[in-house]
Each structure stands twice: as structure tokens, then as C-alpha cells.
Design a protein around this ligand. Structure first.
Ligand SMILES: Nc1nc2c(c(=O)[nH]1)N[C@H]1C(S)=C(S)[C@@H](COP(=O)(O)OP(=O)(O)OC[C@H]3O[C@@H](n4cnc5c(=O)[nH]c(N)nc54)[C@H](O)[C@@H]3O)O[C@H]1N2
Ligand SMILES: Nc1nc2c(c(=O)[nH]1)N[C@H]1C(S)=C(S)[C@@H](COP(=O)(O)OP(=O)(O)OC[C@H]3O[C@@H](n4cnc5c(=O)[nH]c(N)nc54)[C@H](O)[C@@H]3O)O[C@H]1N2
Ligand code: SF4
Ligand SMILES: [Mo]
Length: 744
């Protein structure tokens, strides 16, 4: 039989779901989306994961909101929702907003920005305007349940919280990976489409891949060695390795001239001898010594640590220690080591800057320090629920689901219900947005253009791509929603024209560019204007033209413009990573201090911990699954069908001791709360450790998620405690949570 159904190519785009930046080829066939990997994409070369192929299903999800909603009724369980026009929605917000402002002032305003913001250049460019317009210090985001420790350690070491070295996966001889499972997550703070294939290639070329994880993950299976670590002790291990390195002479390689503090570091690391570190981490002392020797001896090596290392109370120390080992082995900023990407919208830097400050102010209730102008999201619930001047009364959530993603989520859920105004910019009526007074839904993923502002700056190979929207948007573009909200909170009323705000943002950028290009703003403005191109895209054009590969508004006619980038729908390879130090430094003296004062102080806490008696109680860690993405893709049927994924992994020894049966429910209790989860017994997890993924538990009243709500799962963040945090970054502790498990 011949195939008579034709496949129609709709176009190409970069997948916006995780950090890997895979190129997608988007087709229509028989009235359905048919999405596959774009083989002509020079970065992803056709790689795609099961989530990427569902971008069409996400777009077409019948539960996805396409018009603003106003809640009618106070109790989310019984409330109904009124679909309204955009004008009505903004008018409603303005009424309520003005009332809060009058009663409580600007300190009562807050925002929570969630993860998908970093996957959209519209949000990346227009969210800061909304944050500024709020004029409040109550700024929260998913960064403090994620990567804030990396920003802080980079800020302290390099003067730039955005200067994050990535392991040079394709050229390294030795990768030491901690607390990351890219075979499920596809990588984080290291953008590498086909991360699995790149790791296999590393091993195939004779390289070593050592995976440090309390669970024998799929990544550990690919690796050459697996070290099962006691949760929460990565900083101890890495500093143990650093201590070993400092016992001998160290060769810092090409950056030796700009690094200070080797001797000071040697002194303070004296307690981190292999035996003490072995006792707390559970990793053999001999192994720790040989890791140090081998990392130093390898032709090239890179240490890479992610979420399991960062979401602990020693997160910033672990993140710092990662870079310290890279520096001490001479691997920072050299091919095959840990390097800095240079994206098309980036800058090469000037070798010096204003440096990095933290702790400039503190949260009201608990006095927790700010980092990067944000307060720890672990403090959000108490800031809403604790009466007094500065109590949060109005919250904006943009692309976030804190009701499932943040610690102590039962209390946070109650707090969300206590607000006088909650506005959610979100395409779904979910666990968080059910508490909103007004929901403003942005267009679906296929109706937005894409340029990766965040992840092209973390790519293991420099590359650039811009892809257009593939279908028309139903409502208001997300940049316009954010700009109109910014105008509203600034007092310009509910009907301000977002285009005017965008114009101002564009002029502002052009004025900055005018200082270096010598061209007039008007001239540059006419260069970037293109019918149908959104202000967000025009801003990207300015950044690309002014960037390191750009045409510089006439300075280098062969350089890049957005037009040239857009003309290559599969993307443009900009070559392997190249050394960027010392130019990329923004420290005040243009140097790297290996032991910045805040870290030296915090190290005392870790040193004390090293010497305390070891608590051998049961602890909980998280995990990710390839077919899931945080809390928001469980409404895609093909992704959630099959065996339940939200199970409690338990080692057979623990199961026996606790009388737990495979497939049977168990009660998991922590300081913060308790949930009932289905037990899955496996010897792939370290004895004394249990694992539960986050982002589940959608069967709460009042959500409009027909598939997700009917899928088994419990909310792991009922168990996470907002109390213990990483003091320098404010990051929450999401791993190594003490728990008790009993059979039901
Ligand atoms: N226990 C535990 N908790 C964790 C973690 C863990 O490992 N363990 N991981 C943490 C990490 S790393 C992260 S990043 C956070 C994530 O925390 P959040 O960002 O709060 O949660 P997400 O599940 O990513 O929710 C994203 C929200 O954005 C909406 N959304 C999707 N696309 C768009 C869009 O284009 N525009 C807008 N406006 N909204 C959109 C979705 O409907 C959803 O409501 O969770 C953290 N929580
Ligand atoms: N499929 C899928 N992909 C995703 C996401 C998703 O939800 N699903 N989320 C995206 C986001 S927002 C992020 S931030 C990234 C995160 O990407 P990754 O950092 O790769 O996160 P995980 O896959 O959760 O892997 C964390 C690992 O840390 C281990 N671990 C827990 N505690 C410790 C510890 O104390 N020490 C050590 N050494 N290991 C520990 C866990 O067992 C787990 O295997 O993934 C992104 N990609
Ligand atoms: S790995 Fe990430 S970027 Fe690639 S297709 Fe899957 S979800 Fe999309
Ligand atoms: Mo994340």
C-alpha cells in the first residue's frame, strides 16, 4: 500500500523545554504535529528526547488557557472562572492593585519568577522591567531552589554571577560529575544537546567519567566509575580533593598570573584530610587521594556539579569547591577543562569590573540575606503569613508553580490563598494559579519566536539560532503582558500601551550601543526595524549586532545581524569554546581570589560539620525522569502513561529493616510534613537514602489539568523544610532531608 498521507514541513525551532537547546523539525501530518530532531542543526545533529516531540501536544493541550480568567469565589475548590477580555483583566488587576498599594505600600508587593522565564527571550528581556517597576525588595524566583549557589560562587570568584564555566565535554579526558543526571535531565548549567551521546563519546575515546551520586543513575551506568556519596557532603569531598592537591605543588596553567590565595587556601583546608572526608562522605580515603592525583595528571579534566550538590545547606561551598579544583588542576579556561561560552549576544569583557556584593539587605521575618537582589524563596510563605509592616499582600507569579516547587508547600499553598491579590502569568490553571485573582495566559510555545538568551551562554560549543513563531498567537504576546503589567504597577493605569514601554527599552539599548558604534540612535533604529518583528526580537538584533560576532552597526559588514541568523533556520556553529580569561573577569582588581572572605567565613561552618559526629539517619533526595519536566508537563498523556514515576526508591536493606513492600504505600515524614508514596525497592540507591521526584501531586481541588490530576503522584515539597538554607545564596535544602518512613 502506498502512503497517501503527506507530511508538511511547518518549520524549525529550538526546543524551549529544557536547557539542551535541541533543534526541532516541526511537521504536520494528518492533522497532527509530527516533531523530530533537526538533523541539520549543527549543535544537536538530530538529537531529540521524548519531551521535545510533544511540543505540539503542549501547544494544543485543550486545558491550555487562551484568554484571561478572573476568579469568582474565594475558595479555589469551589470557585468558578470568568473568561474576560484583556482590557477587563488589566482593569480588574488595577483595581485590586491600587487598593493594596493604598493600604500597605510598595513593600507589600512581591514577585515570584519561575523556570520557564529563562527559556524565553521575551521574558528574559521584559521581566526585569516589571521587577524594577514593582519597587519592592520582595523578589523571589526558582533560582533559590536551584542554581543560586553557582551565581554566588561565580560572583565571588570572577566578579560576575553570570560567568559560569561549563565542562568542555567534547574535548575533556576526565569528567568528574557530582549531583547531576544528564541522562534524564539532559544537562543543566551546561548546555549540550545530546549530552548522553557526548558522554558516550568521552568514554569511547578512552576518557574517564566518574559519577558521584547516592544513586546508581543511568549516567553512572554510562560512566567508568560510580561513587555512592552520603547526601549533602559534596563540598566536603571536593575540598578533600583540593586539600590533597595542595599537599603537593599545583600548576594553575595559563591563569596562574591572575590567581591569588593558594597559600591561604592550603591553610584553611588542613582539616580536610582524606580520612576525615572519607568518614563523612562514605567514599574511601584511598579513592579521594587517587582522584586528586588523577585529576591533576589527566591531560585535561573538568569537575562539574549540579542540582544534587547545590540544593544543600553547603551549596555555595560545593559550587566554589568545584571551580577551586578546576583551578588547582590547571583546567579552568583551557580546552578540555572548564570553559566560558561566548554567545552571539555576549561580550568578551574588559578584564575588570565592579565586583560582586551579597547580603546588601535581608528578609523581613528571618533576616535571610539577599543574593543577586533576590530573597530566598524558602522565606516566601512566612513573608506572606507574618503580620506587620512589609507583609506581602500582593504577589505576581510569572511562569512559576511555587505551590509544587518550593519548600514546605503545604504552608506556601495556604499563604497563596491568603493574599489580597495574586496575578499569575501562566498558560494553565494549576496548583498555584488556582489561587490567582486573575490569570493572564501567554501564547503557546509554537506561537512564539525563540532565541536562547540564557542557555547559548552555557553551551559547550558556541552557536546561535533564532527561530520564528510557527503559528499565530491567540492572545497577547508575553513581552506585551509583562510590559503592560510593568506600566500598571508603575502607576500608568490598566490600559497603557506596551509598545511605548518597548520603544523606551529599545532606545535605551541603542543609546548604550551609540557610545561604542558612533552611529546615531535613529540610524541604528532603522537598521533593526523589520515589519512583524517583535520588540523582543529587535532587542536581540541589537545585542547580536553589538556582540562579539556582530556587524557592529556597520563596523564589520561580514558580522552577524538577526537577519543573517534568521536566514539559517538550523542555527550557526560559532566554533569550539576558547579561553576567555582574564578578559571575562569583573572583579575590582581583575584577579581571582581563591578564598574570598564570605567563603572563608562560611567554610568555618563546614569545617565544624566535618568534625561533628555523623548522623546516620534516613535521608530523602530528589530525582528527575526523562519524560517529566518539573511540575508542568504532566498534562501530556504520552509523557505520563505507563508505570508510575513518582515512587519512593528504597534500598532492599532499608525496606527489610522498615518492613516495606515493593509497590505498597509507605508514609514518609519529615520535620515539615508527611506524604504517602508508593515504595519501589531497588539496590541502585545507597542504603540510608530514599528518593522521591518533585513536581507531582496534581490531584488538588480546582486545577484544570485533566490528565495530570488523574495521574498518580505526591508532592515531595510537602517534606522539604524551609528552615535550613545555604546561608550565602539563600538556596533551599531539597536534598539530604531527614525523614522517617513507615509502612502503611
Ligand atoms: N524537591 C525539589 N523541589 C524542586 C527541585 C528539586 O530538585 N527538588 N528542583 C527545583 C528547580 S531546579 C526548579 S527550576 C524549580 C521550578 O520551579 P517553578 O519554575 O516554580 O516550577 P515549574 O514546574 O517549572 O513551573 C513552571 C510554570 O510555568 C508555566 N509555564 C510554562 N510555560 C510557560 C510560558 O511560556 N510562560 C509562562 N508565563 N508560564 C509558563 C507552567 O504552567 C508552570 O506553572 O523547582 C524546584 N523544586
Ligand atoms: N527530564 C527532565 N529534565 C530536566 C528537568 C526535569 O524536571 N525533567 N528539569 C530541568 C531543570 S529546571 C534542572 S535545574 C535540571 C537539573 O538537572 P540535574 O542537575 O542533572 O538534576 P537531576 O536529574 O535531578 O540529578 C540530580 C542528581 O543528584 C543526585 N543527588 C541528590 N542529592 C545528592 C547529593 O547530596 N550529592 C550528590 N553528589 N548527588 C546527589 C540525585 O540522586 C540525582 O541523580 O534539569 C533540567 N532538565
Ligand atoms: S533534551 Fe531538552 S531541549 Fe532537547 S528535545 Fe528534550 S526537552 Fe527539548
Ligand atoms: Mo531548575
Amino acid at each position: 500500500m502506498t502512503d497517501t498521507i503527506e507530511t508538511e514541513l511547518v518549520g524549525y525551532r529550538t526546543c524551549s523545554l529544557c536547557e539542551a537547546m535541541c533543534g526541532l523539525e516541526i511537521n504536520r501530518r494528518d492533522g497532527q504535529w509530527l516533531i523530530r530532531g533537526d538533523r541539520q542543526d549543527p549543535f544537536s545533529k538530530g538529537f531529540v528526547c521524548p519531551k521535545g516531540t510533544t511540543l505540539g501536544a503542549v501547544h494544543d493541550d485543550p486545558d491550555r488557557l487562551t484568554a484571561p480568567l478572573i476568579r469568582v469565589g474565594d475558595d479555589p475548590a469551589t470557585a468558578t472562572w470568568r473568561e474576560v477580555t484583556w482590557d477587563e483583566a488589566f482593569a480588574e488587576i488595577d483595581d485590586r492593585f491600587q487598593a493594596v498599594l493604598e493600604r500597605h505600600g510598595r513593600d507589600a508587593l512581591a514577585i515570584y519568577a519561575g523556570n520557564p522565564n529563562v527559556h524565553s527571550h521575551e521574558n528574559g528581556l521584559f521581566l526585569p522591567g516589571l521587577i524594577r517597576a514593582l519597587g519592592s525588595r520582595n523578589i523571589f524566583s526558582a533560582s533559590t531552589v536551584d542554581q543560586m549557589p553557582k551565581h554566588v560562587s561565580s560572583g565571588l570568584l570572577f566578579g560576575d554571577p553570570g560567568a559560569i564555566p561549563v565542562p568542555d565535554l567534547d574535548r575533556t579526558d576526565f569528567l568528574l560529575m557530582l549531583g547531576a543526571n544528564p541522562l534524564e535531565s539532559n544537562g543543566s548549567l551546561c548546555t549540550a544537546a545530546d549530552f548522553p551521546g557526548r558522554l558516550e563519546a568521552l568514554v569511547a575515546r578512552g576518557g574517564r567519567l566518574v559519577v558521584v551520586d547516592p544513586r546508581r543513575t543511568k549516567t553512572a551506568d554510562v560512566g567508568t566509575e560510580h561513587l555512592s556519596i552520603r547526601p549533602g557532603t559534596d563540598a566536603h569531598l571536593l575540598l578533600g580533593i583540593a586539600h590533597q592537591l595542595l599537599l603537593g605543588g599545583v600548576d594553575l596553567g595559563s591563569i596562574a598570573d591572575v590567581v591569588d590565595g593558594v597559600d591561604r587556601l592550603r591553610d584553611v583546608l588542613a582539616p580536610f584530610d582524606a580520612e576525615s572526608v572519607s568518614a563523612i562522605t562514605g567514599i574511601d580515603a584511598e579513592r579521594i587521594r587517587s582522584l586528586a592525583v588523577d585529576l591533576a595528571a589527566a591531560p585535561t579534566a573538568a569537575v562539574y556539579a549540579r542540582i544534587g550538590s547545590h540544593t544543600t545547606t553547603f551549596g555555595t561551598l560545593a559550587s566554589w569547591a568545584t571551580d577551586v579544583v578546576n583551578i588547582l588542576t590547571g583546567n579552568l579556561d583551557r580546552p578540555g577543562g572548564a570553559m566560558f561560552s561566548l554567545p552571539a549576544h555576549g561580550t568578551r569583557g574588559e578584564g575588570q569590573g565592579r565586583g560582586f556584593q551579597l547580603g546588601r539587605w535581608a528578609s523581613r521575618v528571618r533576616g535571610l540575606a539577599e543574593a543577586r537582589s533576590e530573597l530566598p524563596v524558602a522565606a516566601l510563605a512566612e513573608e506572606i503569613l507574618t503580620p506587620g509592616a512589609g507583609q506581602i499582600r500582593a504577589l505576581f507569579t510569572v511562569a512559576g508553580n511555587p505551590a509544587l516547587s518550593c519548600p514546605d508547600s503545604e504552608r506556601l499553598d495556604a499563604a497563596l490563598g491568603d493574599l489580597e491579590l495574586l496575578v499569575s502569568v501562566d498558560p494553565w490553571l494549576n496548583e498555584t494559579t488556582r489561587h490567582a485573582h486573575v490569570i493572564l495566559p501567554p501564547p503557546g510555545p509554537l506561537a512564539r519566536s525563540h532565541y536562547d538568551l540564557a542557555f547559548s551562554g552555557l553551551a559547550v560549543r558556541n552557536n546561535t539560532k533564532w527561530t520564528p513563531a510557527l503559528v499565530p498567537a491567540e492572545g497577547m504576546a508575553e513581552w506585551a503582558i509583562l510590559a503592560r503589567l510593568a506600566a500598571l504597577v508603575a502607576g500608568a493605569g490598566p490600559a497603557a500601551d506596551p509598545g511605548l514601554l518597548a520603544d523606551a527599552a529599545i532606545n535605551d539599548r541603542l543609546e548604550r550601543s551609540a557610545r561604542t558604534t558612533g552611529r546615531s540612535v535613529d540610524e541604528m533604529r532603522s537598521a533593526i526595524e523589520e515589519p512583524g518583528r517583535s520588540p523582543a526580537d529587535q532587542l536581540v538584533d541589537i545585542l547580536i549586532r553589538s556582540g562579539p560576532y556582530g556587524e557592529g552597526f556597520g563596523a564589520d559588514p561580514a558580522g552577524l545581524t538577526l537577519d543573517k541568523v534568521a536566514a539559517e533556520p538550523h542555527g550557526i556553529d560559532l566554533g569550539p569554546l576558547e579561553p576567555r580569561l582574564p578578559l571575562a573577569l569583573k572583579t575590582t582588581d581583575g584577579r581571582i581570589d581563591l578564598l574570598p572572605a564570605p567563603l572563608a567565613q562560611d567554610l568555618v561552618r563546614l569545617t565544624d560539620h566535618l568534625q561533628e559526629p555523623i548522623d546516620d539517619g534516613l535521608v530523602l533526595v530528589g530525582r528527575r525522569h526523562l519524560r517529566s519536566n518539573n511540575s508542568w508537563m504532566h498534562n501530556v498523556r504520552v509523557l505520563v502513561k505507563g508505570r508510575p514515576r513518582c515512587t519512593l526508591l528504597v534500598h532492599p536493606d532499608d525496606a527489610e529493616r522498615l518492613g516495606l513492600d515493593d509497590g505498597k504505600p509507605a508514609q514518609v515524614r519529615s520535620q515539615a510534613g508527611e506524604v504517602q508514596a508508593t515504595v519501589e525497592i531497588t539496590d541502585r540507591i545507597r542504603p540510608g537514602v530514599v528518593s522521591l521526584p518533585h513536581g507531582w501531586g496534581h490531584d488538588v481541588d480546582g486545577v484544570r489539568l485533566s490528565v495530570a490530576a488523574a495521574t498518580d503522584g505526591v508532592n515531595a515539597n510537602v517534606l522539604t523544610d524551609p528552615g535550613p538554607i545555604d546561608p550565602l545564596s539563600g538556596n533551599a535544602q531539597l536534598n539530604a532531608i531527614p525523614v522517617e518512613v513507615v509502612a502503611v
